[in-house]
Ligand binder design. Structure first.
Ligand code: GAP
Length: 454
């Protein structure tokens, strides 16, 4: 991979409580609770002005490094609703279930697979030791109905995993593009799950967004491509975080493999929630194309143009969450830095510059000096054509820096009286707080060089 690495954290900083991120997200317009004026809906969120920018940058970087820089990968965008048979073929109607127990005393609900072994063995609630009910099974698929006439409506599902569209479109992609096995199809899209225990902010939601690569290979090359994508995806995450030691692989045990997986590794990241899955690398073998061939009656086999061999391609899947990336990046980047002069700590988001929602903020030194204001606005307008720039003249320069540090803006540009003579500005960098004088003419390239991916 060629992109610039995020700066490693100078020293280990404490794990950030989720509440701090929730508060910052609401205060600064990253994330809002959905339908808040009606009391909200658990596990569903909206993204505000800064959240959309950050999300778009995260998505764009993924797309760039997975699709645009690989000759053997293309992208699609599928619908959220599909034919209901898709979910029978995929195994979700039958297997996508959670087994739950309730405490008869405190009424708390637990997933059986999340219970500590001793509580499971003794049938006791981890909260208050109350007796647990018999396990009940719940399907996580969200139902919906197509059609308007009562009695003539078709029940289907909002997609429980985004990747199914890729198998549905695989044959069309083969026929309409110049791809040959080995090749991959990528997609970013929403997925919906009736999670029984949504929570921890964006970590476990009911509506969320996934990014998937499904890479189709000859069975004899499965191991080679599995290893390639596993390593590639690990390096990708490593390149955008500061705390590199908080990332590792965990292999799934035989009892926790999803119904479609023959082998799986999670890329996990450590936060206050402990080590948790960020992305799964799955050896899906021929499960998906075989099942869709069987259920649709359409042969999804592939004929090798060189050897004429016909076979069902095997699949390497890399499947991660846009929302989990959003949350993990904020947890990774957030820092409250003590102020040496004893003032309140500086809150800073040390986001990778290419992902930061605002790339540059432009300030006039004083807002009542027309020449400074008009020069600063001119610079801001010029930069706006190239990147997200904010103009700010409220409060003193120190307060403006603080506001930008809190949302992760990597560069602040100040127009002062000297600018009017030497046509240069002061550029202040977020992390080290260093300042540099840069000619106005050179400023766009100076910034682009530091905030774009390469
Ligand atoms: N197609 C494979 C698949 O869906 P998964 O492990 O269930 O695998 C992939 O999901 C990724 O989607 C996870 O690694 C996680 O980042 C994200 N994800 C899964 N469930 C989520 C939820 N309820 N809320 C937010 N993100 C979720």
């Amino acid at each position: 991979m060629t992109q610039t690495e995020a700066t490693p954290a100078a020293n280990d900083t404490p794990l950030v409580p989720i509440d701090k991120i929730v508060a910052l997200c609401k205060r600064r317009g990253f994330v809002y609770p959905n339908s808040e004026i009606y009391g909200g809906v658990a596990g569903i969120y909206d993204f505000g002005p800064l959240g959309v920018e950050l999300r778009n940058n995260i998505r764009r970087f993924w797309w760039w490094s997975m699709v645009q820089t690989h000759d053997n990968v293309v992208g699609i965008e599928g619908a959220n609703i599909t034919h209901p048979r898709v979910w029978e073929a995929s195994g979700h109607v039958e297997n996508f279930v959670d087994r739950l127990v309730d405490c008869k005393k405190c009424k708390r609900r637990w997933r059986v697979d999340h219970l500590p072994p001793e509580n499971l063995a003794q049938n006791k609630c981890p909260n208050d030791g109350g007796e647990l009910t018999e396990p009940r099974t719940f399907n996580l698929l969200m139902e919906t109905y197509l059609g308007v006439v009562e009695g003539d409506r078709m029940k289907t599902y909002l997609r429980g995993e985004a990747c199914q569209n890729i198998y549905l479109d695989y044959d069309n992609v083969l026929k309409s593009s110049r791809m040959q096995v080995p090749f991959g199809i990528c997609q970013i899209g929403k997925a919906y799950r009736n999670e029984v225990t949504p929570g921890n902010f964006l970590f476990r939601q009911r509506e969320f967004e996934q990014w998937d690569l499904q890479f189709f290979v000859h069975p004899s090359e499965m191991q080679k491509w599995f290893d390639y994508w596993k390593a590639y995806r690990f390096e990708w995450y490593k390149s955008i975080i500061n705390h590199k030691d908080r990332l590792h692989f965990r292999e799934h045990g035989p009892d926790e493999l999803a119904h479609y997986a023959k082998q799986a590794f999670d890329i996990e990241y450590r936060t206050v929630l402990g080590w948790q899955e960020w992305e799964g690398i799955h050896w899906r073998q021929d499960w998906d194309l075989s099942r869709h061939s069987q259920f649709s009656g359409q042969d999804l086999g592939y004929t090798d143009p060189a050897t004429n061999e016909r076979y069902i391609p095997w699949i390497v899947e890399t499947s991660g969450g846009v929302d989990r990336t959003f949350l993990n990046l904020l947890l990774d980047a957030y820092e409250e830095e003590p102020d040496p002069s004893g003032k309140e700590p500086r809150t800073v988001l040390r986001l990778h510059p290419m992902l930061a929602p605002v790339k540059v903020a432009v300030f006039p030194l004083q807002k009542n000096k027309e020449e400074l204001v008009s020069a600063a606005k001119g610079i801001h307008k010029n930069l706006q054509r190239l990147m997200v720039s904010q103009y700010d003249d409220i409060g003193n320069i120190g307060r403006r820096y603080r506001r930008q540090d809190e949302i992760g803006t990597p560069y602040c540009v100040t127009v002062d009286f000297q600018t009017l003579e030497d046509h240069a500005v002061t550029v202040r960098e977020r992390d080290k707080m260093t300042q540099e004088r840069v000619a106005i003419d050179a400023l766009p390239m100076y910034l682009l060089d530091r905030v774009s991916w390469k």
